[in-house]
Design a protein around this ligand. Structure first.
Ligand SMILES: C[S@@+](CC[C@H](N)C(=O)[O-])C[C@H]1O[C@@H](n2cnc3c(N)ncnc32)[C@H](O)[C@@H]1O
Length: 367
């Protein structure tokens, strides 16, 4: 049995990755201060996370778990482009830094560690501190920036990962030691697998009205004034598209930069109009005016308002977001968790497929 500790456990994306990568992996304890995330975690994994500030855990308490593996996804706000990028100075980075400091005093150091964070973390002072702490404690590290796109999943969610293993264990490809690489480890020369269309990740049937975008925009119930103004800046995809944008915790509350919308009846237009062109169910071509040149604009008859009316534009459902995050079909939410809360919890989570891939690489000691 491989004993694992899951820090900043949220709804347990790392838990699924652990048991996916190692049949004998058992999460002996998970830690998170968010009561709602903990309720969803318990509902799915049958284990109640410990609602303690991770920075306050003592070395003695950590040692008592005799864990072989630590997986950690600390808060990303200190490192996001939207945030103030205060890194280690941000109070939300404190618990992670305090936890790292405990490693030194442990009798039973974990043999394997995986840390997940946003792209940008690799340039932070916290990352330098992490690398230095690992080295001082006898770990070899390899770091990766990986998106599900590179595993054939039509979902763009690039994230930073640090894998660490206690020496003398070795990585299968030692040439990556103490380096940051783009793309998954051992990707091979064959290139990325063919990407599936989004259609494969969508629900066959759903209550369309609950996910309709246009009525929400018209009625002005979206947060932030001038939501209509943002439609030109939103990524709109079709079921045949082979890529969609990262869903954040604000999906369905704000339009811009929070995740793609799907034009359920549209097919992408080949050629000139690029990703901004669609043919709707009546065969009409629509293009976002904000994305075309002034000359082309004169040739177009449609406006963004008409596009909204014509296209069956909707949000991805929480289940569809979970599918793109490669959560198993068994995953669900307790009934009392609202739709907004579901998007928020999923937006904080991660790609199970990417982390499973990385953990398989981490656990391979090349023996
Ligand atoms: C990026 S999310 C991790 C999501 C998780 N990997 C998942 O699959 O859902 C960060 C989590 O850390 C928790 N958190 C933040 N600061 C914490 C602290 N000091 N102690 C314990 N949990 C904390 C938040 O409640 C949040 O659920």
């Amino acid at each position: 049995m491989m004993r694992c500790l899951e820090f900043y456990s949220g709804i347990g994306g790392l838990h699924y990755s652990l048991v996916g990568a190692r049949k004998d992996a058992v999460v002996v304890a998970a830690f998170d201060v968010n009561p709602l995330a903990n309720a969803v975690y318990e509902y799915n994994h049958g284990l109640r996370p410990i609602p303690k500030d991770i920075g306050s855990l003592s070395a003695r308490a950590l040692d008592a778990y005799r864990a072989d593996t630590w997986v950690l996804s600390p808060p990303c706000q200190p490192y996001t482009r939207q945030g103030h990028q205060r890194g280690s100075e941000d109070p939300r980075a404190e618990s992670f830094i305090k936890l790292l400091e405990k490693l030194e005093g442990l009798d039973h150091k974990p043999k394997y560690l995986l840390v997940e964070n946003v792209v940008g973390f690799e340039e932070s002072a916290t990352r330098s501190h992490l690398a230095e702490t690992m080295r001082r404690n006898g770990y070899i590290t390899q770091e990766f920036l990986v998106s599900p796109l590179e595993l054939g999943i039509p979902y763009s969610r690039a994230r930073y990962f640090c894998l660490a293993k206690l020496s003398p264990a070795r990585f299968p490809d030692p040439s990556g030691d103490f380096r940051v690489a783009t793309g998954p480890p051992l990707a091979g020369d064959a290139g990325p697998p063919t990407r599936a269309p989004l259609r494969d990740y969508l629900l066959p049937e759903l209550d369309y009205a609950s996910y309709d975008v246009s009525s929400q925009v018209w009625s002005g119930c979206l947060a932030g004034s001038g939501a209509r103004r943002y439609l030109g800046a939103v990524d709109i995809v079709s079921p045949l598209s082979r890529r969609c944008c990262c869903f954040t915790k604000s999906y369905s509350r704000y339009l811009k930069g929070t995740g793609s919308l799907i034009a359920a009846n549209a097919v992408p237009l080949e050629g000139g109009a690029g990703s901004r062109g669609f043919v709707d169910d009546r065969g009409l071509v629509h293009i976002h005016l904000s994305k075309v040149s002034p000359e082309d604009r004169e040739n177009l008859e449609k406006t963004d308002d008409e596009i909204l009316d014509r296209l069956v534009l909707r949000y991805f459902t929480p289940r569809e977001v979970a599918n793109l995050h490669s959560f198993p079909q068994s995953f669900g939410f307790p009934d009392q968790v609202t739709k907004k809360q579901r998007y928020s919890l999923l937006g904080n989570s991660l790609s199970v497929a990417v982390v499973t891939h990385l953990l398989e690489y981490l656990f391979d000691d090349g023996a």
